[in-house]
Each structure stands twice: as structure tokens, then as C-alpha cells.
Design a protein. Sequence first.
Length: 453
Amino acid sequence: MTQPVAASEPHVAVLAFPIGTHAAPLLSIISRLASAAPNTLFSFFNTAESNNSLFSTHKHYFLPNVKAYNVSNGVPEGYVFIGKPQEDIELFMKLAPDTLRKAVAEAEAETRRKVSCLVNDGFLWFAAQMAEEMEVPFVPCWLSGSSSLSAHFYTDLIRETIGLQGIEGREDEQLKFIPGMSKVCIRDLPEGVLFGNLQSIFSHMLHQMGLKLPQGEAVVINSFEELDPTINNDLKSKFNQFLNVGPFNLISPPPEVPDTSSCLPWLDRQKPASVAYLGFGSVSRLSPNEIVAVAEALEASKVPFIWSLKKNLQAHLPKTKLNGIVVEWVPQLDILAHNAVVVFINHGGWSSLMESMGCGVPMIIRPFFGDQRLNARMVQDEWEIGVSVEGGIITKNGLLRSLDLILWQENGKKMRENARKFKQLAEKAIGPRGSYMENFKALVDIVSRPKDA
């Protein structure tokens, strides 16, 4: 006879987005919550591929009250990818609502604990309907910055105000009608808001997310309140609760791993504030021409550097004498925290921005897609802690000018000072009396409530 499902103990179903680098930061939040709420069970739903990767690299996040469940990636057996944009996302999202509903029900039966709350990656907008069906609260988590969240929340207003036609030639118009976004231009917006394929699965997903956010018990974000106070106050007025519980890298730093590249001993031999660190994330790829341009600029500048570059891309490096080291993998946080590093050249991904800011390092950004152009604009014009590469593409002369600006010019000195200021603000936010603690306690309270409490 099947045992009845109990309702007395809190049980949180966590719905991860398995593509790209989304699952790890979500698991980071869940690990912190599991530690703070040991009587709450957290069932973590993710694809087998993503769970296996997380377990091999972030095993310490799986506490006794965190249980991983594998769900389908949506790829039919024998399926051959045809190279269609967002093909993997489309396959996953097509089945995800039904797959996750079934998996959650199975977890309830297995654990004999009725789910009391849903915590989901914001991309999984259908969690709002799941929560309504289950009569439980849901908490969407946005793993990027508040400016990109605001862009998706205000998508309909942006489309109504600017229009979807006749945008060409207006790319530098600013979004002065969105609180805290007066320096953001049309060209900075993520694809799917005004341009790109507005009918794509990704555009639909983000648009629906923006519409569903106000229904959440709270919206969680990997940031700190002092970074974007105007945007933060605006979104607080729009959501039931808007909880900044970052920067994740300062609160839950990744586990120490051996420095197989010997970067750190090399850094120890360099002068303070003299080294450029280059890393463009695990998804973004520089073109062969840009790789050559970077190498030529580094050679001409004579700035010592560490460049994290995938092995298959290193074949594009020119045969020049470089004043630094090129390796496939580096301990990024350790490098950014080293006093020899003076600038971080990166792709504008939010995790990289938070890590750089948490270490007080200014940036040169070459954005590729998604929120990266918007992040670059905030870095350059709002926070003034770096620059975006000229024309959005790296050239030898453009990178030389950016390096010269940050390392030697008066404006660069101001950027370095601002970067240190934001580091102090981030550290204060996560301190005993900082905004993080109050926000995290509110989140713990939500996940600690039993069903029907």
C-alpha cells in the first residue's frame, strides 16, 4: 500500500535551467539555504548531464538535505542536431513543463513530503502555473544583474514606447523612461526585447518571465542593493519581495582546486598592479582575427598577462613573442584577488562582473550576446569601472587604447578607484549589518514554511 504524502515538513522543489552555466549559481543559493534551513528538504531537478557536471565540480553543494533528481533534456533518442540557433533550448523547453511536473510528483511520493514551495531559474516561467496548481508559493531566481532583469520586466513598455519598426538609425537612443536605465541605449538591450527573432523560444521565454515575476512570493537576484539603488528601489515596488542575495562569489566562493597551470607562482613574481588577465567565459568565442588582434596588442603594449584560452583556439595565436602565459584553465577568483592583476579583459558575463567587482579590478569588455552589452554599458557609463571595446569587436589599436586608458591615464586611475569602492560596498553588503543578511533571512523564512502554514 502506498504511504500517504505528508504535509508537515517543508519540501522545496528546485527547478534548474540546465543549459549554459545557469545551474551552478542556482545550486549555490540552494546550498546556502539548505545549511540555514536543515529541516527543509530541497529536491534539485536538472538534466543528468548537468547534474553529473555539478557533482564532479561542486560536490560540496550537495548537503544531506539536498537531493538531485535527473529529468529529460528533451533530446529524442537518435536525434541529430542540425545547428539551428537555440536548438537545445527549444528541445528542453518543449517538454520541460510536463517533465518537471511528473518529476516533482515522483519526488513527493518517494520522500513522502508534499512540496511546500517552488524555487526556479527565472527562465522557467511556467513555474508560476505549476505553483498555482500546487497551491504553493514560488520564488524565481534571476542569475544576472538588475538592469537586464528590468529590461525583461519592462519589455512591453519598451516595445510600446520605442516601437518594433524603424529602429535602424536610432540605436543610440537612451531608455530614459525606465528607472535607473537613462544611460542604456537601444543597442545595449538583450536580443528578444526589440530586435533579433522575437518569435524564438528564447525571446518567448524571457518575455513570459517578465510577465510572471510579480506573481512570485519573492524574486531573488545575484547582486547587492548598493550597486543599482534606483533600479533596486523600482523593482522592490513592483515585486512582492525583491531579494539581493549576492555577490555569490563572496558568500559562497568555489572550492579550492589545484593550480595546474602554475599561474599563481608566476603572478607572485610580477609587480603589483601590472598584469592583465583575459578570460571570455565557457561559452563565448573570439574569432580567429580577434585572437590575433589580442596577441598583437599584448605584444605591442608589453603588459604582462595571463590569458585563459581553450586549447583548440590556441592554434590561432600568431608566432610572436608574448610577455605572458596562455593556458586552458585558470583559478579565476584567485587570479582576480592577486595584487599583481590590474585589469580583467572579459565578455561581460554577470558572474565575471561580480567576481571582478568583488576583487576591485576594473574591466575591458568585449560583449557577445544576451545581457553582455547591457552589462558593458553599466560598467562603462553607470559605474565607471571599465570600458567596452570600440565598435564591439577587438582590434589591435582599439585594445591598445583601452589598456593605455586604464593603466596610464587619469580616467583609468578614477576607474581603478571606483572599482575599489564597489569592492568595499559589496563587502559591506554581505557584512553583519549589510543588506544581504536581511534579504537572506527573508528567503530562509519562505523556504522554511511547511505546506499550508
